[in-house]
Write a protein that binds this ligand. Structure first.
Ligand SMILES: *Cc1c(COP(=O)(O)O)cnc(C)c1O
Length: 497
């Protein structure tokens, strides 16, 4: 062998492990301090222009090293967060994460298994977590499931199984082209956009999703649903699925899931429940009756990164019929053949149950978090968030210049600032400006929605760090900002008279 031609072989491991160890210890310390002091900082601030400019740097061809790279992180990344770990973040439906969840993600990345299949422990951890999820939500233990990126993917998985199972032909082989009858599905107008997205991805066409009106409590109007199904049948469609909402994104409304289960049974339709956050109300004895019927779903989608407060990303899809679930996704070319023994053995191949082949070890943070706190603690926190929502609703109703815009069945409060001198259009503009100023003040971060055409400040509480006085401060600030805007020339001229 000609030794002169042998080049030095490279690796990405550190040359000096002690330096890396020191750096790692500092990172852990820095991040724990960061979490410990989160309340002292602004919820959110706009990303400064010089920081935006920093992220237009050219592609690094040469090494700058771990130490220097970490300094860049501390300077340019860490100080400019979304804000969702802050006690006064209540925008959209966004979770907060936990310290142990953060550390668990580090451990998972250190082991770095591919949880698509093969015989190794991560698959057993995920199976354990899925059993726990089923138990938590009183879902049948024979059901199959998998952890996914979030509710959107969980809805896609559930609706894929629904479509393939209810198709009157071999959908995987022949595609949706083979249908004689348009396959239609049903959900309320309050259903989350991810369902529409799934329907589009499944090739059914957005028009296949019949959006049924809601009643005054934002629950699906059942007589309207039944007459829409009947009309579609007469028109030659194949109604194949209904989506029930356990917690709508706008107001937290929960459809009558028992009734939906009955209708699906009678109509030979698949019953899918989108319980992204609301399903977790099932953990609480007090709140469980609200989601009764959820356990009858053929498929159930929910998130662990929202109301279980786990770090992004992790959601869960459960399917009552294991065989139908596997038939929708399993595809085993030679190079993925499962063996009886050896590394390619094992009975658990999650890649047979979803879209992803390579999958991360998201199960570890779920497993560790549930063990750390116990399920009762999560139940208490969920009840605490619901109590906080009721408390905020009460504060709003007690304030002369605030108006509650929707019922508060769960953890979402929609309200607005009002003043006699304004017409509705002006009120919408005032509240829009008010929300922006609230965000820019860094004091609190609700989000926005539209309730019956009214611009609503929307507070969704999936935050284990919020306290009652945070909501008192929110109300004070909204009233203060609203009154400041009363003097704003932009809004002064327009009044109903
Ligand atoms: C958040 C949400 C989703 C989507 O879940 P992701 O985790 O964001 O993908 C679906 N449905 C409802 C009701 C939601 O609140």
């Amino acid at each position: 062998m000609n030794t002169e031609n042998v080049t030095k072989e490279e690796s990405l491991d550190p040359e000096d492990w002690q330096l890396m160890r020191n750096l790692g210890h500092r990172m852990v310390d820095d991040m724990l301090t960061y979490l410990e002091t989160v309340r002292d900082r602004h919820v959110w601030q706009p990303v400064p222009n010089e920081v935006k400019a920093f992220f237009r740097q050219p592609l690094p061809m040469e090494a700058q090293g771990a130490e220097h790279t970490y300094r860049d992180f501390l300077q340019y990344v860490l100080p400019h967060p979304m804000g969702n770990i802050h006690p006064r973040f209540w925008g959209w439906v966004i979770g907060t994460g936990t310290p142990l969840g953060m550390l668990a993600d580090m451990l998972a990345a250190g082991m770095n298994p591919n949880v698509g299949g093969a015989d190794h422990v991560a698959n057993y951890v995920e199976s354990q977590v899925l059993h726990w999820c089923k138990q938590m939500l009183a879902y049948p233990d024979e059901a199959s499931g998998l952890l996914v990126s979030g509710g959107s993917m969980a809805n896609l998985v559930g609706l894929t199984v629904a479509r393939n199972t209810k198709a009157e032909f071999d959908l995987r082989q022949d595609g949706i082209y083979a249908s004689d009858r348009k396959m239609t599905l049903y959900g309320s107008t309050e259903t989350h956009s991810s369902v529409q997205k799934a329907v589009e991805l499944l090739g059914l066409g957005g028009s296949a999703f019949r959006q049924v009106p809601v009643d005054k409590d934002f629950q699906i109007d059942l007589p309207e649903l039944e007459s829409t199904i009947a009309r579609d049948r007469r028109g030659g469609c194949q109604p194949f699925c209904a989506v029930g909402n356990a917690g709508t994104v706008n107001t937290g409304a929960i459809d009558d899931l028992e009734a939906l289960a009955r209708i699906c049974q009678r109509e030979n339709m698949w019953f899918h429940v989108d319980g992204a956050f609301g399903a977790l109300a099932g953990l609480s004895l007090e709140l469980r009756p609200l989601v009764a019927g959820m356990e009858k779903a053929d498929s159930l989608a929910f998130d662990l990164h929202k109301w279980m407060y786990m770090p992004y990303e992790v959601g869960c899809a459960l399917v009552r019929h294991e065989e139908a679930h596997r038939k929708a996704f399993a595809l085993t070319p030679d190079y993925l053949t499962h063996a009886d023994r050896g590394l390619a053995g094992g009975k658990i191949w999650f890649s047979d149950y979803g879209v992803q082949l390579s999958r991360g070890f998201r199960a570890l943070k779920v497993w560790m978090s549930i063990k750390e706190h116990g399920v009762q603690k999560y139940a208490k926190l969920i009840e605490q968030n619901v109590d906080q929502a009721r408390y905020l609703a009460m504060l709003v109703e007690d304030a002369a210049d605030l108006q509650l815009l929707a019922p508060v069945p769960l953890n979402i409060v929609c309200f607005r600032f009002i003043a006699d001198r304004y017409d509705n259009d002006t009120l919408n503009e005032v509240n829009k400006e008010l929300l922006i100023r609230l965000h820019e003040s860094g004091i609190a971060a609700p989000s926005y929605t539209s309730i019956n055409g009214n611009y609503a400040l929307r507070v969704a509480i999936t935050n284990h760090r919020s306290r009652r006085d945070d909501f008192e401060l929110l109300v004070e600030e909204v009233v203060r900002l609203g009154n400041t805007l009363l003097d704003d020339a932009r809004f002064c001229r327009r009044s109903p008279g």
